[in-house]
Design a protein around this ligand. Structure first.
Ligand code: F6P
Length: 549
């Protein structure tokens, strides 16, 4: 563990933390083979189910005592109070003095969640109705483009939370999407992204959704201006903007300044973090793709998991258990990362989405008190769909020197039944969790007649932990539950680490420095002494060689 310097935060002084440190020494010497051999019912006992998701956490390096201590740590660290504060609308994003209320985005009409004394649930539903009305008109062709043609192409322009959620949800729910419409997503300021996303599209049939919480983000505003030029280059009439551009933002002033009529703006609020916004109006592209009913079903899935998180006892609470297990490996067994391995091609962007959710939330080294933390915080989340990953990085998971806890995600029924494919896919998922946990001993390898010199190479140590999340099939409801599961697991981790999981000051410095470098690259300013010798030399080299030298 890094010392982090400074005064010890209270977390490491709690009795449960100290007990877990001592207990970790016992666990280091225990193998999952022993844990399963000593408890034939373990596989069914260490499982929990909620909101359509079955979580098998038996293949973790834990005993009942580990769980008891982790649950005690949650109590001692005040997890319940932090949860209550979030659901109540307290300003738990302390560095920005904002409530954190993505749970209000999926609260049914009739519930009351107060921000500064005002119930925000009616506003949420009013925007949902506006989105529904718009989506129905686009989908049935009543909303016409400037030349009277229906909209066939939708391009979402956004970045970070204004892109990753929409892309992930579109890919995840593609099975339910309108196949006669094209959906594309532009995020990168690299002109290649816009160029390729609009290749082959006709402007008169294309709708741009400019998605930005702040409506000031350099990448999004640059791409949005390029989109306007692209559109007007074809349609040659300023009034076309009103038929081909809509905005999703919290910033009506900037939307109007850009030239989008605020009647064509879908609002959300500063109590929704960017990385927690895919179920707000930021999900407009999702609703256009799958329709309002499926979008509502996704919200119901989110809400079911919210209710489970809010009300279930911690020992049966899926997000709490997953958060505590991530913390266990991160803080007591030295793991640096968590691999997320969906066995479903539709979830191919889920790991990328989770990276922002987890790492922008919990990549913090300063506690709420303002002191540096003296323990590890957010792990690196990464992953790829199975079975593809098996033929790439799983070698390291099985025989490498690093401890990498894994989350496997699978489904009992496929959305595209095709011969034996789904059984083969799922057999691989189960086989991987088994191989990771139990490995293969040297004696087992020898018994297969493997020459002695190869035995060490062909031995699998096992004892590599995993969670398995199993659901019936990938529906909009299940996607909502799954995302909420991770949102609240990330919350649980951040609450225990006593950090602000809802700010993102770490992204600022690079943005400011880029603003300073832009004029230096474009030739209006010289790279002067304001940079270090490396950065100055790179700028000079780029200036000498860019634009054909
Ligand atoms: O730079 C990080 C960030 O602020 C993310 O938190 C956010 O999701 C993204 O940029 C996009 O911000 P916006 O929606 O305001 O354009």
């Amino acid at each position: 563990m890094s010392s982090g310097g400074g005064a010890a935060a209270p977390l490491t002084n709690t009795p449960a933390w100290r007990a877990l440190e001592a207990h970790a020494d016992t666990i280091r010497n225990l193998h999952l083979r022993q844990l399963f051999a000593g408890d034939p019912g373990r596989g069914e006992r260490l499982a929990a189910e909620a909101a359509g998701l079955y979580l098998d956490y038996s293949k973790n390096r834990i005993t009942d005592e580990t769980l008891t201590l982790l649950l005690r740590l949650a109590e001692e660290a005040g997890l319940r109070a932090r949860m209550d504060a979030m659901f109540r609308g307290d300003k738990i994003n302390v560095t920005e003095q904002r409530p954190v209320l993505h749970v209000a985005l999926r609260a049914p009409m009739g519930e009351s969640i107060l921000v500064d004394g005002q119930n925000v649930v009616p506003q949420v539903h009013s925007v949902l109705r506006k989105m529904e009305d718009f989506c129905l008109r686009v989908r049935d062709g009543a909303w016409k483009g400037h030349t009277g043609k229906p909209i066939l192409n939708v391009v979402n322009i956004g970045i970070g939370g204004s892109d990753l959620g929409p892309v992930m949800a579109y890919e995840a729910l593609r099975h339910y999407s309108r196949r006669d419409m094209t959906f594309r997503f532009v995020s990168n300021i690299d002109g290649t992204d816009f160029t390729e996303a609009t290749r082959g599209l006709r402007a008169e049939e294309t709708l741009f959704i400019i998605s930005s919480k702040t409506f000031t983000t350099l990448e999004t505003m640059t791409n949005a201006r390029t989109a306007r030029d692209w559109c007007l280059g074809a349609l040659r009439d300023e009034s076309a903007v009103a038929r081909h551009f809509v905005a999703v933002s919290t910033n009506a002033g900037e939307v109007a300044k850009f030239g989008i009529d605020t009647a064509n703006m879908f609002e959300f609020w500063d109590w929704v973090g960017g990385r927690y916004s895919m179920d707000s109006a930021i999900g407009l592209s999702t609703m256009l793709a799958v329709g309002p009913a499926h979008f509502r079903a996704m919200l119901a899935g989110f809400h079911a998991m919210d209710e489970h998180f809010r009300t279930a006892p911690f020992e049966r609470n899926l997000p709490v258990l997953m958060g505590l297990l991530a913390l266990w490996y991160n803080n007591f067994l030295g793991a640096q990362t968590v691999a997320v391995l969906p066995y479903d091609q539709y979830l191919k962007r889920f790991p990328a989405y989770l990276q922002q959710l987890a790492m922008e939330s919990n990549g913090k080294g300063t506690a709420l008190s303002g002191e540096p933390v003296n323990y590890q915080t957010g792990p690196v989340y990464w992953g790829e769909p199975g079975t593809n990953g098996q033929h790439s990085f799983y070698q390291l998971l099985h025989q490498g020197t690093k401890l990498i806890p894994c989350d496997f995600i699978g489904f009992c029924e496929p959305l595209n039944p095709l011969g034996r494919h789904h059984d083969l896919l799922t057999a691989n998922l189960f086989a991987q969790t088994e191989a990771l946990a139990f490995g293969k001993t040297a004696d087992e390898v020898r018994a297969e007649g493997v020459p002695e010199r190869l035995v060490p190479h062909r031995t699998f140590p096992g004892n590599r932990p995993s969670n398995t999340i199993l659901a019936q099939r990938l529906t909009p409801e299940i996607l909502g539950s799954l995302v909420a599961l991770y949102e609240h697991s990330v919350f649980t981790q951040g609450a225990l680490w006593a950090i602000d999981s809802f700010d993102q000051w770490g992204v600022q410095l690079g943005k400011v420095l880029a603003e300073r470098i832009i004029p230096q690259l474009e030739g209006q300013a010289s790279p002067g002494p304001s940079h270090d010798s490396s950065t100055s030399a790179l700028i000079r080299r780029y200036r000498a060689r860019s634009k054909g030298g």
